[in-house]
Structures are given as C-alpha cells and as structure tokens.
Design a protein around this ligand. Structure first.
Ligand code: SF4
Ligand code: SF4
Length: 435
C-alpha cells in the first residue's frame, strides 16, 4: 500500500508492556556519571568545564555555537574527574565529561524560571532547557518549534503513542506528570499561536487516555485521538495521518502540512523547565527484558551507566545475550552494559538467551511480507540486495531515503533479517555517493 492511499500499513506486534503499572522510581545518583557532549542531531557540544572543576545540578557544562544544537547540563553535583573520548550507543565516538558525584545533588545557583514575552523569548528558553526530541530523534526542540513558515502552522501534534514494544516511560509520564505535559502544550500553543492540538495515544493505554482527556477537557482546540494499538502509530507520517488526517508526501516535513510534532515526554520537560527552571538533567526510562531481576521505570541522572541501572534493578537474573538501547524495533544493539543514559534513552533492554535467539537470521525466502508491512510501501528485500551489491543508484531509485527505520519489515521477516538496520547503512551509502 502506498503512502498516497487513505490507509497506511501497520502490523501487530507483541506489546510486552509488563512495566506499564510500575511507577517511576528515582534511583540514587551513581558514583560517577559520564555525560556525552553529543546528545542531539547536529554539531556536538564543546565541554565548558575542565578536570578538577566542581559542578552543580543544572550547571551548563557543554555548548556550541551552531544553529542545530542544544546545550548540555550537569545531572549531578560533584567534581569533574576526566574529559575523555569513548564509544557511544550508535557505535561512534563521543567526548564525555566524567563527574565523580558528591551525593549532595546541590542545584546550581544560577537557575531561573524563564520569563518570556515574545515567541523569540520562548524559543530561546526552550534552547536553554537543553531539550531535544526525547522520543528517539534527538532533534533540538527549539529548532523544531521555529520553522520558517511559522505563519502557516496551526496544529501541534503530541506523540503519546509509544508503539514500541517493552517501553512504558511515556505512558508513566502521561500518568505521573500530566500537569507538566498540559502546561507544556499550553506554552507551545500560546507562543506559537496554534489553534489546534491533537494528542495521539494508543488505545492500549486507557488510563493515560482518561487522565489526559480529563486534563485537557477545558482547553479549546485540544483533543485526544485514540490510536489503534498497531505498529508504527508513533511514526511521524502515520501519526499526522491518524490524528490530523493529513498526508505527508515524499520529502515533506510536518511544517509543510501546517503541523509541528513533538513527543509527549519532550513536552513534559518544557512544562517542567518553565515550572522549576531546572534544565534537562534526568531521564525517565524503562529497564526491561528477561535478564533483569526487577524490571521497571527508573528516573536516572543523564550519564548513568547501564550497569548502574541494572544494579538498581536488583542485578541480572540471567546473563544478558542482547542489550538494546531503545526498543526492539528501532533501538540499537549494544556491545555490553557499559553504555550510558543520554537525553533520548527511553529504554534499555536486556534480553536473555531465549529472547535474543528469536533474532537469529537465515536466507530470504522471497515471501514479500516486508513489503506488505511497510507503512510507506517500500521494498526492503530489494534494498538488502542492492546494498550487498553496492548499488547506490538502485537504492535511490527505489526510494530508500523515504525509509523511516520503523523496523516493521525486520519484525515480520520470517528469515529474521535485520532489514531496517541494512536500510540505515544503505541510506549512508546513498549519501556517501552524493546522490
Ligand atoms: S524500516 Fe523502512 S523499509 Fe522497513 S518497514 Fe519501516 S519504513 Fe518500511
Ligand atoms: S520478509 Fe524477509 S524473507 Fe520475506 S521477502 Fe522480505 S526479506 Fe525476504
């Protein structure tokens, strides 16, 4: 089915939302945090502190003078013990500010609740909060809220779908931080002069739907859209289609159809920043998988190592054979539990032998399921072939750049081929060929 038809393909996935009822728990600060200077799409930040400096919670420790960027703040109080380069969750290398915590969690004295009069003030304040797309995209939010055609934008779409299996942190935020979410929505609508807002939530979260519906009942132009519990309801094109009823054509951004999209937790952070003046320094994330003794939703300082999360969750029940940063559909497999929590870490999953075995691959049997599952009608098996041959032109001709890496094709593939991952590499090949 194509992108231009009335319905978009979606698939049924096992939800594995066993942590949905687990209230978020604040974990104690670990002995050390490792804060990456590259937590957004765009130019990485430069550390503004040096070894031996004492820092406090919310203090600016990294920034860069680039349009697409976001500042980075200390998540703890303590002493900077190293500035070092190390591997990141995507397999590349980042610079990390390593801070030995003092356990006091003293807030930085310079924090202030922002006061805004104009849209420009608001955009500046959102940048100062350090917030980026927390649904996984990491695109700086202040840039997203400042499109060139702002006069043509009238709709905010809030992504509360959380369609990825296992992850329940957005769900918990909708239940536990409803007021901050509502206030974030009000601020965006007020300063961007938007008249409409759709909050899309999958119908497998009836408690969140009821709570948000009640909270926005008196807000004109704001409505909750109950989405089907199929994957990928939270993908940008699908969500715009299912909430505002608009179709995003190839190469278009949401702004071209009058919409701005934002993840519900991103909006929560904006609301919280305007309430407290504390920038983004912590992350609510789901720790799950059959290797975890006590899975749940944890509020952890940014820069926490995965092994510290595990320790807080009671240690390993069994040896993890696969660790994933994010969900199983769009997340990244990790080499070990030495990775760190960054702004967009919505989950870390630890799969045991049995869960990990489900992903061992064999040869393609030409069944066509990957094509039928693709929400935008692409041809994943052809991409795998063209990528193997190094044929960048064919990849481009088959519209590889429209792939949104939702992972539906990989999920339905009976041969368990990592089609979405191959697509990521294939897109890099096309870009590398300058096509
Ligand atoms: S990962 Fe890309 S090709 Fe695969 S189903 Fe999603 S959009 Fe289609
Ligand atoms: S779903 Fe898998 S096995 Fe079937 S055609 Fe696509 S790549 Fe081949």
């Amino acid at each position: 089915m194509s992108l231009f038809s009335n319905h978009m393909n979606s698939i049924h996935v096992s939800h594995h939302k066993g942590t949905a009822a687990s209230e978020s728990v604040v974990m104690p600060v670990p002995e050390k945090v490792y804060i990456s200077m590259s937590q957004h799409i765009g130019k990485p930040c430069t550390p503004l502190v040096k070894k031996g400096d004492h820092v406090k919670v919310g203090q600016l420790i990294g920034d860069v003078d680039a349009f697409i960027s976001a500042p980075i703040h200390s998540s703890v109080s303590g002493e900077v013990v190293a500035i070092e380069d190390n591997r990141n969750a995507m397999g590349g290398t980042d610079t990390f500010v390593v801070i030995a915590t003092d356990g006091l969690q003293e807030p930085f004295e310079g924090l202030q609740i922002p006061v805004c009069e104009t849209r420009e003030d608001f955009i500046k304040a959102v940048r100062n909060s350090g917030v980026v797309g927390l649904g996984g995209a990491s695109f700086p939010t202040h840039v997203k809220l400042d499109p060139k055609n702002i006069d043509e934008i009238d709709t905010l779409i809030v992504n509360g779908a959380e369609c990825e299996p296992f992850i329940t942190s957005d769900h918990r935020n909708m239940l536990e931080a409803t007021d901050d979410i509502v206030s974030g929505i009000k601020l965006i609508m007020q300063y961007l002069e938007l008249s409409k807002c759709y909050i899309g939530i999958e119908n497998n979260k009836p408690d969140a739907i009821a709570k948000i519906k009640a909270a926005v009942a008196d807000m004109p132009g704001v409505e909750v859209t109950e989405l089907r519990s199929t994957y990928p309801q939270g993908a940008e094109r699908v969500l715009i289609h299912e909430t505002a009823g608009k179709t995003l054509h190839s190469g278009e951004l949401p702004a071209s159809v009058g919409c701005i999209l934002s993840n519900v937790t991103t909006i929560m952070v904006i609301g919280e920043y305007f309430r407290t003046g504390m920038p983004l320094v912590k992350r609510n994330l789901t720790v799950a998988g059959d290797s975890v003794t006590n899975p749940g939703n944890i509020i952890a300082p940014i820069g926490t190592k995965y092994y510290d999360l595990i320790e807080f969750c009671g240690g390993y029940k069994s040896e993890p054979k696969k660790i994933i940063a994010g969900g199983p559909m769009m997340g990244r497999a990790q080499a070990n539990d030495g990775g760190v929590v960054v702004k967009n870490t919505g989950a870390v999953l630890f799969f045991d032998e049995k869960q990990a075995a489900a992903s061992r691959s064999t040869n393609c049997i030409n069944c066509g399921r990957c094509h039928r599952a693709c929400p935008v009608g692409l041809m994943p098996k052809e991409y795998a072939k063209a990528y193997k041959k190094g044929d960048a032109q064919r990849l481009k001709d088959l519209k590889i750049m429209e792939c949104m890496n939702c992972g539906s094709c990989s999920y339905v593939c009976p041969a368990k081929l990592s089609l979405a991952f191959i697509n990521t590499l294939a897109k890099d090949m096309v870009k590398g060929a300058g096509l």
